[in-house]
Design a protein around this ligand. Structure first.
Ligand code: CAA
Length: 381
């Protein structure tokens, strides 16, 4: 693995960094307070190629690779984790359609996702009674005439109220993972109702809603991949998605470290700057070391993906380590800010709230350990 960034990777990172610092970061606190979805920013990001960094140019993407995507995600998340998760899910949908869609589906949906026309993509897998146990979902897909009819409920759907294009999983066959199929559903399709946004601890500028499908009729062309192949599609998408969340975690942790470095150089106590106390310096050293380790794991998983080599285990290791690291880093950042860490005049309380979901969505830490252990044992047998 080449540890130097290529020209393209450096360029994508710089583009994302400049945009994040100049356009995303300044309004992040207000969007969080007002729970305001960053639709305009997402469209601007699409204009810069940031909504399809790892999507083929033939379908409107930047075709800059998975490492560039991870770098762009880190930069975006360091400014606003809510904006970053909308970017992550849109990218995940676009990549999934590119990997499994027919030529017609790719041409119909991917350019709309990456150009910003669809605002965002949504990934509708989780249900009220099935989060970690994705194979247990019960939304049904029944053949009617030439097409399909969906009935059921989805829960915690990121960008669900804004998404022009969604990938929706439903049971078209028997029980378990082999009975699932994936469908492409457009926002506003009759029979699809969007519920009220969740009132969340963090990522408050991200939109998270329940969806209800009531006799939602879809054409035959809505089926993504083959009938019964849906679970595999979900797992493949989540392998890549987990690199996105690991990158998001690294970005948030880096922002927390940078804010803390500013604070400890400025704040004085007992006649010294906080940064002169060894206890403080050791905390900073731990955060930086763990952050660097998480970045390395994340970029390695992205590199394997880019090389089209197996990366399931590496994506889960990156997601597990980076999300837990991010929570530790943000917690320490709040601690080092003292009382100022607990009020929203300083950004670290938002970072801590935003980091919390990283060990939960796109597979909890416990699910990542299930995946890692399965892969390690398989390799040893
Ligand atoms: N790639 C390809 N195929 C895979 C795969 C992968 N990474 N992982 C599993 N499969 C295949 C298996 O080979 C198996 O195939 P066969 O039936 O042909 O043998 C099939 O899928 C079933 O595999 P398992 O028996 O391992 O399935 P399981 O029911 O035990 O579940 C799990 C495994 C890892 C726990 C999985 O259910 C899982 O990842 N759960 C977490 C779901 C999740 O991450 N949800 C997040 C919601 S999305 C979200 O958060 C997005 C957002 O908005 C931010």
């Amino acid at each position: 693995m080449d540890l130097e960034l290529s020209h393209t990777q450096a360029l994508v990172r710089q583009t994302a960094r400049t945009f994040a610092q100049e356009r995303v970061q300044p309004g992040a606190r207000e969007r969080d307070r007002e729970e305001r979805f960053p639709a305009d920013l997402l469209r601007e990001m699409a204009g810069l190629g940031l909504m399809g960094v790892n999507v083929p140019a033939a379908y409107g993407g930047a075709e800059a690779g998975a490492v560039s995507y991870a770098l762009a995600m880190m930069e975006t998340a360091s400014a606003c984790a809510s904006t970053a998760v909308a970017m992550a899910v849109t990218n995940m949908c676009a990549e999934l359609i590119c990997a499994f869609g027919t030529e017609e589906q790719k041409r119909a949906y991917v350019p709309r996702l990456v150009s910003g026309e669809a605002v965002a993509g949504a990934f509708a897998l989780s249900e009220p009674q099935s989060g970690s146990d994705a194979a247990g979902l019960t939304t049904s897909a029944v053949r009617r005439g030439n097409g399909w009819v969906l009935n059921g409920a989805k829960q915690w759907i990121t960008s669900g109220a804004y998404a022009g294009v969604m990938v929706v999983w439903a049971r078209s066959g028997g029980p378990g993972s082999q009975g699932l199929s994936a469908f492409l559903v457009e926002g506003g399709t009759p029979g699809l109702q969007v519920g009220p946004p969740e009132d969340k601890l963090g990522l408050r500028a991200s939109n998270t809603v329940p969806l209800v499908f009531e006799d939602c009729a879809l054409p035959a062309s809505a089926l993504l991949g083959r009938e019964g192949e849906g679970f595999r599609l979900a797992m493949v998408a989540l392998d890549g998605g987990r690199i996105g969340i690991a990158s998001q975690a690294c970005g948030v942790a880096r922002a927390a470290l940078e804010a803390t470095l500013r604070y400890v150089r400025d704040r004085r106590a007992f006649g010294k700057h906080l940064g002169e106390f060894q206890a403080v310096r050791f905390m900073l050293a731990n955060i930086k070391t763990e952050l660097s380790a998480a970045e390395a794991l994340t970029l390695r998983a992205a590199w394997l993906k880019e090389q089209q080599r197996p990366f399931t285990q590496e994506a889960s290791m990156a997601k597990l380590f980076a999300s837990e690291m991010s929570n530790r880093a943000c917690d320490k950042a709040v601690q080092l800010h003292g009382g100022y860490g607990y009020i929203d005049e300083f950004p670290v309380e938002r970072y801590l709230r935003d980091a919390r979901v990283q060990t939960i969505y796109e597979g909890t830490s416990e699910i990542q350990r299930v995946v890692i252990a399965r892969e390690v044992l398989r390799a040893a047998s």
